[in-house]
Write a protein that binds this ligand. Structure first.
Ligand SMILES: Cc1cc2nc3c(=O)[nH]c(=O)nc-3n(C[C@H](O)[C@H](O)[C@H](O)COP(=O)(O)OP(=O)(O)OC[C@H]3O[C@@H](n4cnc5c(N)ncnc54)[C@H](O)[C@@H]3O)c2cc1C
Length: 490
């Protein structure tokens, strides 16, 4: 049965990078689309907030996937963005054991930085070359083959990639990245700590658990990393403007509350009213989808799939407006830490500093800084009074500040804005179930078949975003959205 004429073609729920991208492609192709966003601004985990002349990135701060043929390059070309990005090299300054190791993008320079940590430089060089080669190979597979197979013909496409690539891919999911690191490099605890902390931020897991495919992509991430001028959400904002210019509708402060079946499609109930639509693209985590589907019979199947995915990470963040008392080299820093409070589930803090000339981020002489580290919902979920929660945040804030003072030229007067975010903050502002962010962690030893793809049970219901394949990161969710849009637009 075809849908009545007052139906939208598609309602997209969530204006993070996944939802904004999908809605932009669909409206550009002439589909009637409404994008619903619960918050006042787009971007979600790659969003921002403004305070006293500063603009703070709330979570994500770095971009990659802007190289030829990669998702953000395609997005930028398809929508002719005005947003500017600047390649950062060294990508990250790693502060560990009293020294700074620079993550240069060029392999020779990067290996010179790492050489003092390992016994054998030639093995190190060969491993770093393998990382580059494999990361390129897996990007090509991710952009050239179906991410989420629809039917038998898609499985034939995988077979078409040839035995050597196919075995490399399968082996890359079944083995861990740790098993690909030469033994002589593994003997260095410092080298392994450095690798593990890089993997935790780029691949959401340490080397022993992380599949080789994801590990190679994670370690390769910083070979091509960019600073987004104006903040990480600038492209999401542009996408929303494009959607409107193509005749689509973007409704902020308008969270979807429930979905039900109606003849010819679905009805989405949101804060501002209700919409009837032929199809729904959920660009929110799969657990949120199960809640939105509520009483619909497919909800149980989605819930089953969601509950099989296990626990995810959350984050603690500190956003600060500050003035360094001496110049600081580099925009991105990973600071290895010790004696962390029990709520910090990582051995490092990731510190992102706005460019000194980025006036959209901070007033002259000041910088906008976002610090993030891994956390778990359980440490914040149990009953606490407001006062206890404030004390917990104050304790975490003091710890982060003390760590930064050991590595950056700041004193008490340097910091003019300071705010702590916790898993509860992510839960409140992005509505993400349990404040879980960064997608579903990968586990070496299993193929991605059990992970959510973009096809949900139920006709014309789709899932994108960081809990669907290919997974987390701005470039990952943009690729997922492009892949779904290509499929829907045939
Ligand atoms: C601390 C931190 C650091 C990170 N660092 C990086 C990084 O440097 N680089 C990188 O590439 N990635 C990074 N990531 C990961 C990246 O931010 C995410 O994987 C990606 O932005 C997820 O996009 P998404 O669209 O899937 O989901 P989200 O960004 O969560 O977007 C979902 C949107 O849906 C909205 N929403 C939720 N429920 C509803 C509802 N019922 N109705 C309407 N709207 C709703 C939310 O408000 C939100 O805007 C980081 C993440 C975190 C938390």
């Amino acid at each position: 049965m075809s849908a009545p004429s007052h139906f939208e073609d598609v309602v997209v729920i969530g204006a993070g990078y996944a939802g904004a991208t999908a809605a932009a492609y669909l409206t550009k192709a002439g589909r009637r689309v409404t994008l619903l966003e619960g918050h006042a601004t787009p971007g979600g985990c790659a969003g921002f907030f403004k305070r006293n002349g500063f603009s703070f990135d709330v979570g994500a701060t770095t971009l990659n996937g802007l190289g030829e043929g990669l998702p953000l390059a395609r997005l930028s070309e398809d929508f002719q963005f005005e947003s500017k990005f600047e390649k950062v090299d060294p990508a990250v300054h790693i502060h560990m054991d009293g020294q700074v190791v620079k993550r240069f993008t060029d392999i020779d320079s990067w290996s010179s930085e790492l050489a003092p940590l390992v016994e054998d430089r030639s093995e190190l060089l060969s491993f770093l070359h393998t990382v580059e080669r494999k990361s390129e190979e897996f990007w090509q597979i991710a952009t050239g083959y179906p991410l989420s197979p629809y039917g038998i013909s898609d499985y034939f496409k995988y077979v078409g990639m040839g035995p050597s690539r196919l075995f490399s891919l399968l082996g890359g999911f079944l083995s861990s990245i740790e098993s690909r690191i030469p033994e002589r490099l593994k003997r260095s605890p410092q080298f392994m700590r450095l690798v593990n902390e890089l993997l935790l931020i780029s691949a959401q897991g340490y080397a022993d658990k992380c599949p080789a495919v994801v590990g190679f992509l994670g370690l390769g991430y910083m070979s091509d990393m960019y600073y987004p001028w104006g903040g990480i959400s600038s492209m999401a904002d542009e996408l929303c403007h494009k959607i409107k210019s193509y005749g689509g509708s973007v409704s902020f402060n308008d969270p979807a509350r429930s979905v039900k079946s109606v003849p010819g499609g679905y009805e989405v109930q949101s804060r501002k009213g209700s919409l009837q639509t032929r199809a729904i693209v959920f660009a929110v985590p799969i657990w949120n989808v199960a809640e939105l589907l509520g009483e619909m019979p497919v909800a149980t199947k989605v819930d089953d799939k969601a509950s099989k995915q296990g626990e995810c990470w959350s984050a603690i963040t500190a956003t600060m407006g500050l003035r360094f008392i001496r110049p600081v080299e580099g925009l991105y820093h990973q600071v290895h830490i010790q004696n962390a409070p029990p709520e910090v589930h990582s051995g490092s803090l990731f510190v992102s500093v706005s460019h000194p000339d980025d006036r959209e981020r901070a007033p002259e002489g000041f910088r906008s800084v976002t610090v993030s580290t891994h956390a778990q919902w359980v440490d914040f979920s149990h009953e606490r009074t407001t006062e206890e929660y404030q004390q917990q945040k104050q304790r975490l804030g003091q710890y982060i500040l003390d760590q930064l003072k050991g590595h950056f030229p700041i004193d008490e007067e340097s910091v003019v804005e300071f705010r702590i975010g916790t898993p509860r903050t992510f839960n409140r502002f992005t509505r993400r179930y349990n404040g879980w962010v960064g997608g579903i962690p990968w586990k070496a030893g299993s193929l991605p078949l059990g992970r959510p793809g973009y096809r949900l049970p139920g006709k014309e219901l789709y899932l994108i975003g960081d809990t669907a394949l290919p997974g987390q990161g701005v470039s990952g969710v943009v690729l997922g959205a492009q892949s779904l849009a290509d499929r829907l637009l045939g």
